[in-house]
Every structure is written in structure tokens, then in C-alpha cells.
Design a protein around this ligand. Structure first.
Ligand code: FES
Ligand code: FES
Length: 167
């Protein structure tokens, strides 16, 4: 049995040397928020943090992750969806179909941790995740709202929802 530290807990798993971390996370640990999109490190749907670094888990063999490395999946970002990035995502209605969004959130959270006020260029360089629904503008707006202290209004990014509420 091998071990991983995922979301602050030591977890046991059994896998081949080349089994991607993604499949251990999803199939053995039951954490299905991390998605499979392309399998070739292109789309970012499978993004998790390893020691704070956004990592495409579809191409990272689980056997290369040390038991002391801290893996965080979308389920571990906050206990109740209260991470500032998650709150901004909700406030700005970022997701459409949602499939890519856990990876987007993980990539954005990692960026904002190292670069609290990213420029457009820094966002472009860091968030290379693919969204077939085209949520890119709202992803950028949500990142900027977090950089502005979480206020979509002060960020100049408030939107009016169909029920009339403004976020
Ligand atoms: S599934 Fe990993 S980058 Fe697309
Ligand atoms: S929200 Fe549908 S793929 Fe991104």
C-alpha cells in the first residue's frame, strides 16, 4: 500500500507505477470533483495543488508524489465553499456546464496565493485551462474581484442577476 496526503488526511492506495494521480484521487479516494478532460495535460480540468503548485493530475503518476507532499483537491479548498475564489465564482455566476470549473478554481486559487493582484497578462499566463462553454471573461472577472478584496462592485464587475439581485 502506498500513501498520499490528500486534503490534510493520510490516505492509502494501491496502483501501478504509472497510474495517474487523477485516477487514484477519483477512483480510490472517491474525490470526484477533479475531472478528466483530455488526459494529455492540455485542458486543466484535472488540476489539483501539490504543495500549493497547480498540477495537472492526469499526467502525474501518483507514485511520484511523496507521502509528505500536500495534495489539495477542490474538496479540500474549503470545508463549505467559503474560499474567496469559490465565493467570487458564485457571485459572478462563472460556471456554465461546470465541467472545467473545479480545475479553473484550483488554478485561480493557486495564482492568487502567489500573486494577489494579478495583471491580465499574469492571468493569461497562469490560467491556461480550457473551457468549451467559453467562461473565460467571467473567470477573469472573478479573479479580479478576489484581487479587489472580493467586492465585485468595487472591482467594477458587478452583474445583475435575472432575479434583480446585484452581486
Ligand atoms: S485532463 Fe488533465 S489536463 Fe486535461
Ligand atoms: S463551464 Fe462548461 S466547459 Fe467550462
Amino acid at each position: 500500500m502506498a500513501q498520499l496526503n490528500v486534503n490534510g488526511k493520510v490516505r492509502q492506495y494501491e496502483a501501478e507505477e504509472d497510474t495517474p494521480l487523477l485516477w487514484v484521487i477519483r477512483e480510490q479516494l472517491g474525490l470526484t470533483g477533479t475531472k478528466y478532460g483530455c488526459g494529455i495535460a492540455q485542458c486543466g480540468a484535472c488540476t489539483v495543488h501539490i504543495n500549493g503548485v497547480p498540477t495537472r493530475s492526469c499526467v502525474r503518476p501518483a507514485s511520484t508524489v511523496d507521502a509528505k507532499d500536500k495534495v489539495v483537491t477542490i474538496e479540500g479548498l474549503s470545508p463549505n465553499g467559503s474560499h474567496p475564489v469559490q465565493k467570487a465564482w458564485v457571485a459572478l455566476d462563472v460556471p456554465q456546464c461546470g465541467f472545467c470549473q473545479c480545475g479553473m478554481v484550483m488554478a485561480a486559487a493557486a495564482l492568487l496565493k502567489t500573486t494577489p493582484k494579478p495583471t491580465d497578462e499574469q492571468i493569461d499566463q497562469s490560467i491556461t485551462n480550457i473551457c468549451r462553454c467559453g467562461s473565460y471573461n467571467r473567470v477573469r472577472a472573478a479573479i479580479k474581484s478576489v484581487a479587489q478584496g472580493g467586492s465585485t462592485k468595487s472591482a467594477g464587475l458587478a452583474i445583475t442577476h435575472t432575479d434583480g439581485s446585484v452581486a
